[in-house]
Design a protein around this ligand. Structure first.
Ligand code: ATP
Ligand code: MG
Length: 228
């Protein structure tokens, strides 16, 4: 597939993650994207846990429900549940191929696809299954995250150099093939920290939407006492 064109394409941004639970770090990223690319659609795509990762506190269905709870009222934001519905391991490259296939079937095969991730995830991209294939299917946009930065050397740094886009605002002209870095205020929030706070008996309030905290309380997630 050829990446570039003169005109801007419909833009689909995908943020993959475990969202266990979703928090303001994730949510602010979506708004920062819409501020830069006002016509984009942003999908949050919860992943199945890989076998080697500690299993989550919330079930796949609960992670979906928390995302739907917070995203439901924003038409440009959505939840893509395909990876949790799939029986096989949820490799991103398989998912992205599937999304491209759907664009092709809809007759819009060259849409601008953007895979969004924090610097912590990007730094380990070379551990992903068929990672070199990803860029043939999508663009990648990296967002700064506290305690991690863009790799300075090694395979991922070379990959970045090779595919770096000059001007971020040009991204909607490319269906795939470009990597960009996006500056935005960094929020030092993680799902791990939220789970740890609860584990230590502290409230995670103001790190995530109140509605999500209410849901967590109601369902007794992460060791909270269920409320009726
Ligand atoms: P955990 O601590 O359980 O790993 P997390 O907070 O890292 O959870 P994930 O669901 O793993 O959240 O993250 C999904 C994606 O969002 C990753 O690409 C990650 O880098 C990015 N991300 C999460 N939180 C932030 C944040 N505060 N700032 C920038 N990127 C973030
Ligand atoms: Mg993470």
């Amino acid at each position: 597939m050829s990446g570039a064109s003169k005109s801007k394409k419909p833009m689909h941004i995908v943020l993959g993650g475990t969202f266990d639970p979703v928090h303001f770090g994730h949510l602010r990223m979506t708004q920062e994207m819409l501020n830069r690319f006002p016509y984009a659609k942003v999908a949050l795509m919860p992943a199945a846990y890989p076998p080697h990762r500690p299993q989550p506190g919330a079930t796949p269905q609960q992670r979906i429900e928390m995302l739907e709870l917070v995203l439901g009222k924003y038409p440009q934001l959505s939840v893509d549940t395909r990876e949790l519905r799939r029986k096989d391991p949820s490799y991103s490259v398989v998912t992205l191929r599937e999304i491209r296939q759907e664009f092709n079937e809809a007759g819009t095969g060259d849409e601008c696809l953007v895979f969004l991730m924090g610097t912590d995830a990007f730094a380990k991209l070379n551990e992903w299954y068929e990672w070199q294939e990803l860029i043939k299917l999508t663009n990648i946009l990296v967002v700064g995250r506290p305690s991690s930065e863009l790799p300075k050397d090694g395979a991922v740094a070379e990959f970045y150099q090779q595919h770096a886009i000059d001007k971020l605002e040009e991204l909607p002209r490319y269906s795939c093939g470009k990597v960009g870095y996006c500056q935005m205020p960094q929020l030092d929030i993680s799902s791990t920290y939220i789970r740890e706070q609860i584990n230590q008996g502290f409230s995670p309030r103001f790190l995530l939407p109140d509605g999500i905290l209410d849901y967590m309380n109601q369902h007794g997630l992460y060791g909270l006492n269920p409320k009726s």
